[in-house]
Design a protein around this ligand. Structure first.
Ligand code: CTP
Length: 403
């Protein structure tokens, strides 16, 4: 995954510094070369020897080590990598970075580098919440620094809250997203996501429980692999991922128009939970209760089926069309039938019957294709997204090869 890639890993002072050792192991396992750099404070928490042993590289610590400067100056050193990662990044180090201070080797290197910089902060919850830290982080983000946010949980200092260093696996995933292969570069993929909202009157609407989590994860996974993603989303609970073109919509009709507008595409993934019906004539003013207490009758008509329309598009059908099927009964049977009925290539089927999947963090899906089915184990929606993105890469490569 990270073969031939070099990461300069700056370890700053903090109890979480020991986790940097695990990160070094994971980076090495992924094929990366790691150039370790430590601040003075970090040395109180882990020894340079452990870091050097795991990285199989010498550890750089001193700005004024003339012997080393003669071999490789700190400026050259800061540019020798594809990425500079600060893990853990202490509140103090973030403050220095935000202000461009350079009074030791580590801070000088982040100031001198021209490669992407990633920070994984770790600190006490109060320091994390302090306005100064918030300010510094906002400024670093503006400067283009990638932030792997800390997690919530019990901390070494005895307090509980946000501030614990992200898991080494999560930091590795963030690094891989920045440095990994980009097999979808130059490919355009449309992703629909979230619920749609069908108005009843100016204040009421019909919608569904879709959080937009799965769709956002898919858009992100595709963008991480280099795809140019058009993300057509209804009003979702989760924010859209960075690095995609977001087209916000409300109704199914708007979603269809936005997808048509985004064509042509190399692939399209329809993860939105589109309302099947809309109120035929939404009232133009708020529907009032009547004195006789009679409830209003809503006359519904069917919405356009976006997936079916695009799968049967007369001249701009994307070479790969993927639909989702949210089912509560006979998941596989319904999904197979849906694939044929809608004319798409794949259906990602999930059982949404009372298992907390709709709106939840995990998903359990069956991938239904013309060749058969594949049952994936229960996993996070991010993992489903990554797997699906990899499958899309393989399918597009196969098509390219004429297979
Ligand atoms: N879909 C769509 N436009 C619609 C309805 C559904 O594009 N008007 C897409 C969804 O995004 C999903 C797939 O069709 O990819 C299947 O959605 P689902 O709700 O499971 O199927 P329906 O067509 O609504 O069938 P049913 O409600 O009868 O199960």
């Amino acid at each position: 995954m990270l073969a031939n890639r070099t990461v300069t890993l700056i370890v700053t002072g903090g109890i979480a510094a020991y986790k940097a050792l695990e990160l070094v192991r994971l980076l090495r396992q992924a094929g990366a070369r790691v150039i370790p750099v430590m601040t003075r404070a970090a040395e109180s928490f882990v020894t340079p020897l452990s870091l050097a042993a795991l990285a199989e590289e010498e550890v750089h610590r001193d700005l004024f080590d003339l012997t080393r400067e003669a071999r490789m100056g700190h400026i050259a050193l800061s540019r020798a990598a594809d990425l500079v990662a600060v893990v853990p990044a202490s509140a103090d180090f973030l403050a220095k970075m935000a202000h461009g201070l350079a009074d030791d080797l580590a801070s000088t290197m982040v100031l001198a580098t021209d490669t992407p910089v990633l920070v994984a902060p770790a600190m006490n919850v109060r320091m994390w919440q302090h306005p100064a830290t918030r300010r510094n982080l906002a400024r670093l983000r503006e400067d283009g620094v990638h932030v792997v946010p800390p997690e919530e949980g019990a901390m070494a200092c005895g307090e509980t809250g946000e501030g614990r260093l992200a898991a080494p696996e999560a930091v590795l995933a963030a690094i891989a997203r920045l440095l990994g292969p980009k097999p979808l570069a130059g490919r355009h993929v449309i992703v629909t996501s979230g619920p749609t909202r069908e108005p009843i009157d100016p204040v009421r609407f019909i919608a569904n429980r879709s959080s937009g989590r799965q769709g956002a994860a898919i858009a992100r996974a595709l963008a991480d692999l280099g795809a140019d993603v058009t993300f057509v989303t209804g009003p979702a609970e989760v924010p859209p991922p960075a690095g995609v073109r977001v087209v916000p919509v409300e109704t199914a009709a708007e979603m269809l128009a936005a997808v048509e507008e985004a064509l042509p595409a190399d692939a399209a993934v329809f993860a939105a939970a589109v309302a099947d019906w809309r109120v035929r004539q939404a009232a133009s003013s708020k529907i009032k209760k009547t004195p006789d207490g009679a409830p209003p009758t809503l006359r519904m008509i069917e919405n356009p089926d976006i997936l079916a329309a695009i799968s049967r598009h007369p001249d701009m059908r994307p070479p790969l069309v993927v639909g989702f099927a949210a089912e509560t009964d006979d998941v596989l049977g319904n999904a197979r039938a849906k694939r044929v009925r809608k004319g798409c290539d794949w259906i990602v089927a999930n059982d949404v019957g009372g298992t907390g999947i709709m709106g939840g963090a995990e998903n359990e899906v069956i991938l239904v294709t013309a060749e058969g089915e594949e049952r994936w184990p229960r996993m996070t929606k991010e993992e489903v997204a990554r797997r699906l993105a990899e499958r899309i890469v393989a399918a597009l490569e196969r098509q390219e090869g004429g297979g």
